[in-house]
Design a protein around this ligand. Structure first.
Ligand code: CP
Length: 300
């Protein structure tokens, strides 16, 4: 592993290694210390969890961070190219962690610089570190990643987290249940990939039809910022809301995950149930990102 750009770049063995290293870091069995390492966090799109959990992860490993949120105060304003900006930042840092609204931006960065690059989300394409923390959360709550029934609801078209998650879970023989507004269905290339890998999936209009069969329900936000026309967003907003009274007959091991932020797709009355796991899931991002950074820097 030289970079982490897409889940499809990782083998099952590499995924399991990341989960195992994260477990050892969380339990204290593995201590990694990188006091001389600097991570550059380049975020060209808003973020709360990914930015702060990466910053926390580097600092818990004893390293330091450089943070750029936008280009307003940089020499990009003087006409410096993206490639020259990346080359320059790589002279001051040991690893680049980048979020961009542009699909393929992290892959491009990895081709420009000679230090490792982590994709922290590129447009509607991929969010591989989110998928890995999701796998870590699923393993922690279910005791296994194999043969699980996973519901995925919300914006499946533009949702980079669900694209990465489905590709990652595809290594573990899941059964997927998808529910979304008709304009926001899972892209054909993800479904074709699942078919090629003989992964069982089906689509439904409503999550109520399958919720009682699930081990995990992965809820996502309908992302206003991905719509070119706000009227199209207004037609589908609020079309999926998980409420406490829908959880009466779920399995005892059932958990609700969400990459967050949420808007209204999980009612706050779910938060105090035994099934809500989205805030511990966000916490798991720190251990998982510590593991990814440690592996990419050759420390484990
Ligand atoms: N899950 C996630 O990527 O959250 P942020 O956009 O807050 O980083």
């Amino acid at each position: 592993m030289n970079n982490l750009i897409s889940m499809r770049d990782l083998s099952k063995a590499e995924i399991l290694q990341i989960v195992e290293v994260a477990e050892k870091i969380e339990s204290g069995k593995l201590k990694v210390n990188i006091p001389d390492k600097v991570a550059a966090l380049l975020f060209f799109e808003p973020s709360t969890r990914t930015l702060f959990s990466f910053d926390t992860a580097v600092k818990r490993l004893g390293g330091k961070t450089l943070i750029m949120t936008g280009t307003g105060n940089t020499s990009v304003k003087k006409g410096e190219t993206f490639a020259d900006t990346l080359q320059t930042i790589s002279q001051y840092s040991d690893i680049i962690i980048m979020r961009s609204p542009t699909e393929g931006a992290a892959r491009y960065a990895s081709e420009v610089v000679e230090i490792p690059v982590i994709n922290a989300g590129d447009g509607a394409n991929q969010h591989p570190t989110q998928a890995l923390l999701d796998l870590y959360s699923i393993k922690k709550t279910q005791g296994t990643l194999e043969n699980l029934k996973i519901g995925v609801v919300g914006d499946l078209k533009f949702g980079r987290t669900v694209h990465s998650l489905c590709q990652a879970l595809g290594e573990f023989n899941p059964k997927f249940y998808f529910a979304s507004p008709s304009h926001l269905k899972m892209p054909g290339y993800i479904l074709d990939d699942l078919d090629d890998r003989k992964i069982d999936w089906h689509e439904d209009r409503n999550m109520e039809t399958f919720i009682d069969e699930l081990d995990i329900l992965y809820v996502t936000r309908i992302q206003k910022e991905r719509f070119a026309d706000v009227e199209d967003y207004n037609k589908v907003k609020g079309s999926y809301v998980l409420k406490k009274d829908m959880l009466d007959d779920v399995k005892p091991n059932f958990k609700v995950l969400h990459p967050l932020p949420r808007v209204d797709e999980i009612h706050t009355d779910v938060d105090d149930t035994q099934y809500a796991y989205y805030f511990p899931q966000a916490r798991n991002g720190v251990f998982t990102r510590q593991a990814i950074i440690s592996i990419l820097l050759g420390e484990v």
